[in-house]
Each structure stands twice: as structure tokens, then as C-alpha cells.
Design a protein around this ligand. Structure first.
Ligand code: SAH
Ligand code: SF4
Ligand code: F3S
Length: 462
């Protein structure tokens, strides 16, 4: 008789790095014979994992309230194991176990591979970390600095075919004064290029067509090759049609990378380059180590080498000491640069960071108003830039069904990372366009005419 496999469910918060960590947690648990269950069966799983984010207070609160709801579930099902991974686990540490005594295991981002130990998995048997020092009364704590994470080749159970994330570095040494990441992800370490390329080749064999190289500051990647060197090697992997990367720090954006974006065939024409503020005074206080003029200079070089490149950014509104004049500088930066899209958030003080002790924060109402102004201006710009694409032909890689409506409509992305949806009628036109059905499946690249632009997506036709 077949033995029922134990099951697990993972709930993920935060950035792409965290989502990829979840794929690896899932890979490690699957290697140990556990079966992952979908959202609908979460409450029945033998192990529930939260992979958490601490970037802003809101993200943390959301996790804590979801975790709170498990208290009752654990009472009803004492056999249930609950594990907390990721940035909140690292940052709160044992305090989390005090606050939530029903949690069985915590593991920081540098120790994700140890997380299943609370389940007594086969991996544990010969692992010295598992027994003894990290376990107390059946509860496990894995928070040690672990630089080896960059050379650990963990299996990943990926979900996003035809797109895949590939980690190239871990941690961050920048210590921007608002940011918790250097505290939760530890010191910067780079994964050797050999392992990265081997993984990309394997992904191509498995049918993945696009890879996104991940790191908090990919421009400072350095092992046996530098970042442009790594990109050039990845660009030569057969079977992969697109390469992307996140995130870039403006200070380290090198001429070599600007050249690579313009020159390499598979490397897409998009860069996410967080500006944070348009005011030099605020940038200095954030410890960003560039001024607005330096940033603008890099934008000009990028656009000169790669006309049509899409550029997106992150902005923080209401940083301590931000005056109306500083805010106007950010507004005028948005107007001048015309980003393709921005992610803007209100500043949120994080425990232990330098800025948490800056006591001159604008009033909450002021920060909210400033954020609103930034978003409203950018909405206009994004729509205007998308409208300019109407009538153009775009190379679109199909990703799957259009998530917003489902059914027969398909969705994909341009090289510049804009979402394009197209409908059944367009598919029926495929024969006329000389395409076979096999040409319109996830992973294939089609040429679409943009017939309508919206703020968050484009409508295309074959
Ligand atoms: N490594 C990336 C950013 C990672 S965090 C980089 O340096 O570009 C993603 C974004 O979250 C940051 O760019 C920043 O805009 C925002 N962020 C980080 N800490 C924040 C905080 N304490 N409050 C508000 N936004 C924050
Ligand atoms: Fe945080 Fe700055 Fe590092 Fe980005 S570069 S992760 S914002 S400390
Ligand atoms: Fe959040 Fe950690 Fe990523 S704090 S944004 S999950 S690095």
C-alpha cells in the first residue's frame, strides 16, 4: 500500500528574491518526500511555511496577522508544524518564538535549506545543525550568518514557466540608512559563475525560455567574472531567448553594463534603477552615494546607447528631513526622466537601521499627500508612454493565459517588460499571420501590433 506523503504549504511575502527562496524551500522539501498543496488546501497541510518580508512595517504586520490566525488551527491540529522563514524571521529572531509560541521553527534567508528540520526529514540525519545546538524542546532556530549560501546548489521547484529566477548573489553591503536588507540577508556574497551557467543551461533543457538574474545589487557582482562578463556568458546559452536582471544600484552602473544592454542579443532593453529621491540632500542622508546629476548622467548614457530602453524606479516619500523643496525636486525628477513605471512607498522606519533614529519625519499626512502627488504624476507619464506604442510592432514572449480574465486570452511581455494581452480573435488570425498553433504557446515569441494602450497593460493583435 502506498504511504501517504506528508504535505506542505508555503505563503510568500516580499520581493522576487523571496519568491525564489520559496521555490528553493519547496525544492528541498520535495527532495525529502513532501508534497506541496495549493492555496485551497493550506489548512490541511502537515507543515505551513511563511516566507516573510520586513521591508516596510505594513508587510510585517500583514504576516503577523496571518500568523495569528494559525493559533486556533494549531490547537485543533496539534500535529501541524509551523515554520517562519525569510526577513522577519531573521530580524525578530527568538522574539518571534516568544510572541508566537505555536511556531515550531524559524530560519533566516541564509538558512532556508534547514527549515524542514522541524519535520524530522531525511536531510536532517547527518546534519550537525539539526540536532543539538539549534533545537530546544522540539523548536528549531536557524539564524546564523551563512556565507556558504552562495555556493550551495539547492534544488528549486519553479512555478513560473517559461520564466525562471536565478540567484547570482546574496546579501547587501550598502547600508542605505532606511533599509533592513543588510541586516536580514547579511553580507554580500557572489555565487561562482560556473554554477550559475550550469543552472541556466539546465533551465533551457527543461523548457524555460527567460531567466532573470537576481541580487540586491547585481552591478557589484564579482567572482571569476564581473557582471557584464557574466551576462555575456549567459547570452550564449542555447535555448534561452531572454535575459533580465534585478536590481541595479545607480552608483555601480558601469559603462560595461550600459554597453551590454545595448549590445547583447538576449539581454532585454529594460533596467530597474532605484532613484529613491530627486534631492541630493535626501540622497546623502539615505547614504545612496550618488547625486541626482550622476543619476541623470547614467540615464542619458543608457538612452543614448539603447534608444527605447525602458527604465523603472523606486521612490520613497516622506523620508526624515524631507522638506517641500526636496519633494518638489523628486516631482521634477519624475517629469524630467519620464520613467516607464515607478514603485513608490511612504517611508517606514525599520528597527536597527540608521534612519530609525532620525527624528525629523514629516507628518504622516504630509507623506501621504506627497506619495499621492508622485503616483498621480507618474500615472499620466506611464499612460502617455504606453500610448506612444500604439500602432507599433512588439516582440512578445507568451507567458500564459491573461490572468485578469482567464479563458482563451493570452498574456505576454515585450522586451521592455510591458504586459501585452491578446484575445482569441487575434489567435484566430494566426493562420493568416502564417503561424501554427504550436507557435502560440507559453515560451514562444510572437510579433504583435499594439492596438490599445492602458496604464498597466497593452492590447495586442497578431
Ligand atoms: N536592493 C534594491 C532595493 C531593495 S528594497 C536597491 O537598492 O535598489 C526595494 C525598495 O523598497 C527600495 O528600492 C526602496 O525604495 C524601498 N524601501 C526599502 N526600505 C524602505 C523603508 N524603510 N521604507 C520605505 N520604502 C523602503
Ligand atoms: Fe537596501 Fe540599499 Fe542594499 Fe538596496 S542597496 S538592499 S536599498 S541597503
Ligand atoms: Fe522583503 Fe527581505 Fe525582499 S525584507 S523585499 S523579502 S530582501
Amino acid at each position: 500500500m502506498a504511504v501517504e506523503k506528508k504535505t506542505f504549504y508555503i505563503r510568500t511575502f516580499g520581493c522576487q528574491m523571496n519568491f525564489h527562496d520559496s521555490e528553493r524551500i519547496s525544492g528541498v522539501l520535495a527532495r525529502n518526500g513532501l508534497r506541496e498543496v495549493p492555496d485551497g488546501e493550506a489548512d490541511l497541510a502537515d507543515l505551513i511555511v511563511f516566507n516573510t518580508c520586513a521591508i516596510r512595517e505594513k508587510a510585517e504586520q500583514k504576516f503577523l496577522s496571518e500568523l495569528g490566525r494559525l493559533r486556533g488551527l494549531k490547537k485543533r491540529r496539534p500535529g501541524l508544524k509551523i515554520a517562519v522563514a525569510g526577513c522577519v524571521a531573521q530580524q525578530m529572531g527568538r522574539e518571534l518564538l516568544r510572541k508566537a509560541p505555536f511556531v515550531d521553527c524559524i530560519a533566516g534567508p541564509q538558512n532556508i535549506e534547514l527549515l524542514g528540520h522541524s519535520m524530522g526529514l531525511p536531510d536532517c540525519n547527518d546534519n550537525p545543525d539539526c540536532n543539538g545546538k539549534n533545537a530546544r524542546r522540539g523548536r528549531f532556530v536557524f539564524l546564523d550568518e551563512n556565507q556558504d549560501i552562495s555556493s550551495l546548489e539547492l534544488p528549486a521547484a519553479r512555478k513560473g514557466k517559461p520564466r525562471a529566477w536565478v540567484s547570482i548573489m546574496y546579501g547587501c553591503d550598502n547600508f542605505c540608512t532606511y533599509c533592513i536588507v543588510p541586516f536580514t540577508r547579511g553580507r554580500e556574497t557572489c555565487r561562482p559563475s560556473g554554477g550559475i551557467l550550469e543552472e541556466i543551461r539546465r533551465l533551457a533543457d527543461e523548457g524555460f525560455r527567460e531567466v532573470t538574474l537576481l541580487g540586491q545589487n547585481v552591478n557589484s557582482y564579482g567572482s571569476d567574472v564581473d557582471f557584464p562578463g557574466l551576462l555575456a556568458m549567459a547570452d550564449r546559452v542555447d535555448g534561452i531567448s531572454r535575459i533580465r536582471f534585478v536590481t541595479s544600484h545607480p552608483r555601480d552602473l558601469s559603462p560595461g553594463l550600459i554597453e551590454a544592454i545595448g549590445g547583447l542579443e538576449k539581454l532585454c532593453e529594460h533596467i530597474h534603477l532605484p532613484l529613491q529621491s530627486g534631492s541630493d540632500r535626501v540622497l546623502a542622508r539615505m547614504n545612496r552615494r550618488y547625486g541626482f546629476a550622476d543619476y541623470m548622467g547614467k540615464i542619458e548614457q543608457l538612452r543614448r546607447r539603447t534608444p527605447g530602453i525602458s527604465i523603472t524606479t523606486d521612490i520613497i516619500a516622506g523620508f526624515p528631513g524631507e522638506t517641500e523643496e526636496d519633494h518638489v525636486a523628486t516631482i521634477s525628477a519624475l517629469g524630467q526622466i519620464e520613467f516607464d513605471g515607478i514603485f513608490a512607498f511612504k517611508y517606514s522606519p525599520r528597527p536597527g537601521t540608521a534612519a530609525a533614529s532620525f527624528h525629523d519625519r514629516p507628518q504622516p499626512g504630509v507623506a501621504t499627500r506627497r506619495l499621492g502627488e508622485l503616483l498621480a504624476l507618474q500615472d499620466e507619464i506611464t499612460l502617455r508612454k504606453n500610448k506612444a506604442l500604439e500602432g507599433s510592432l512588439q516582440e512578445v514572449m507568451i507567458e500564459g493565459p491573461d490572468a485578469s480574465v482567464g479563458g482563451k486570452r493570452l498574456s505576454g511581455r515585450t522586451r521592455t517588460n510591458k504586459i501585452v494581452n491578446f484575445g482569441t480573435a487575434a489567435c484566430e488570425g494566426a493562420n493568416e499571420a502564417g503561424l501554427r498553433e504550436a507557435d502560440i504557446t507559453p515560451g514562444s515569441v510572437v510579433s504583435l501590433k499594439i492596438i490599445k494602450a492602458r496604464r498597466h497593460s497593452l492590447e495586442g493583435r497578431l
